[in-house]
Design a protein around this ligand. Structure first.
Ligand code: PXP
Length: 237
C-alpha cells in the first residue's frame, strides 16, 4: 500500500489572504475524510505565513487522520510538537526568505545539530522523518541519527533535472537496508507522480500545492481521489 498525505498549508494561505476564518484548514481536513487522503500534512513555519499555532493545535487535537507535522529543528518547534503530539514530525530546513522548502537537510554534514530535536521528539512518542535529497550519504547519516523515516525531496525531479528519477530509485532502494521507512514529496502532480509512486519502497507521498491549485478546477476531494487513483495504478504496475 502507498499512502497519500495531503498538505493543506495553502488552504491557510488562502484564508490568510483576507485575514478572516475562511477557508478553515480543520474544516477542510474533516471534509477530506473519505476522499483518498490518508494523512494531513501541515508545516508550521517560524514566520507563520500559512498554518498558525491555532490551526496546528486544532488539527492535532482532531486526530481524524494521522498528522504529519513539518517543522524546522528549533527549540520552539520541538516544544510545540512535543505538546501537540502529532503522529509524525518531518524535520525540514527552513529559510525565512524561501518561497517553499528548497532543498533537503544536510544531515551528512550537520546531523549532530539535529540530534537533540530527534531525541526529544522520539521521547515524546513521535515518529521522526528527515526531509533529504536522494543522496546515499544523507540517507546513511539519517539512519545513524536514529530517524524512523526519510522523505526524499522530489523537487529536482519535478523540475525535470536529468538523472533525478534514477537517483530517487537508488535512494529508495537504499532505505530498506538502512531500516528507514521511505516517503517522498515536493512538486508532485498528476503528470509526474506515476514513476515515484511506482517505486516499491515508497510508502507515502506528501502533496500540497498542485492539489490545492487543481481544486480550483475540480474541487479538492476530486483532485485527491484522482491523485490516489494514479498512485494505486502505478503500484499495480
Ligand atoms: N514534503 C515536504 C517536506 C515539503 O516541505 C513540502 C512543501 O511544503 C511538500 C512535501 C509538498 O510539496 P508540494 O506543495 O510541492 O506538493
Amino acid at each position: 500500500m502507498i499512502r497519500l498525505g495531503v498538505n493543506i498549508d495553502h488552504v491557510a494561505t488562502l484564508r490568510n489572504a483576507r485575514g478572516g476564518n475562511h477557508p478553515d484548514p480543520l474544516t477542510v481536513a474533516k471534509a477530506l475524510v473519505g476522499s483518498g487522503m490518508d494523512g494531513v500534512t501541515i508545516h508550521l513555519r517560524e514566520d507563520r505565513r500559512h498554518i498558525r499555532d491555532a490551526d496546528a493545535e486544532a488539527i492535532c487535537a482532531w486526530a481524524g487522520r494521522p498528522v504529519n507535522f513539518e517543522m524546522a529543528a528549533t527549540d520552539e518547534m520541538v516544544g510545540i510538537a512535543a505538546r501537540l503530539r502529532p503522529h509524525g514530525c518531518c524535520i525540514v530546513p527552513e529559510r525565512r526568505a524561501e518561497i517553499t522548502t528548497e532543498g533537503g537537510l544536510d544531515v551528512a554534514n550537520h546531523g549532530q545539530g539535529l540530534r537533540p530535536a530527534i531525541t526529544r521528539l522520539r521521547e515524546a512518542g513521535i515518529r521522526v522523518s528527515l526531509f533529504v535529497d536522494p543522496d546515499p550519504a544523507q540517507l546513511r547519516a539519517a539512519a545513524a541519527l536514529g530517524a524512523d523515516v526519510v522523505e526524499l525531496h522530489t523537487g529536482a525531479y519535478a523540475n525535470g533535472r536529468l538523472g533525478e528519477l534514477e537517483r530517487l530509485r537508488e535512494a529508495a532502494a537504499l532505505t530498506e537496508g538502512l531500516g528507514l521507512e521511505c516517503h517522498a514529496g515536493h512538486g508532485l502532480t498528476f503528470a509526474n507522480v506515476t514513476p515515484i509512486a511506482a517505486l516499491p519502497q515508497v510508502r507515502e507521498l506528501n502533496i500540497g500545492h498542485f492539489l490545492i491549485g487543481e481544486a480550483i478546477l475540480t474541487g479538492l476531494p476530486a483532485a485527491i481521489a484522482q491523485m490516489k487513483r494514479l498512485m494505486i495504478e502505478a503500484r499495480d504496475g
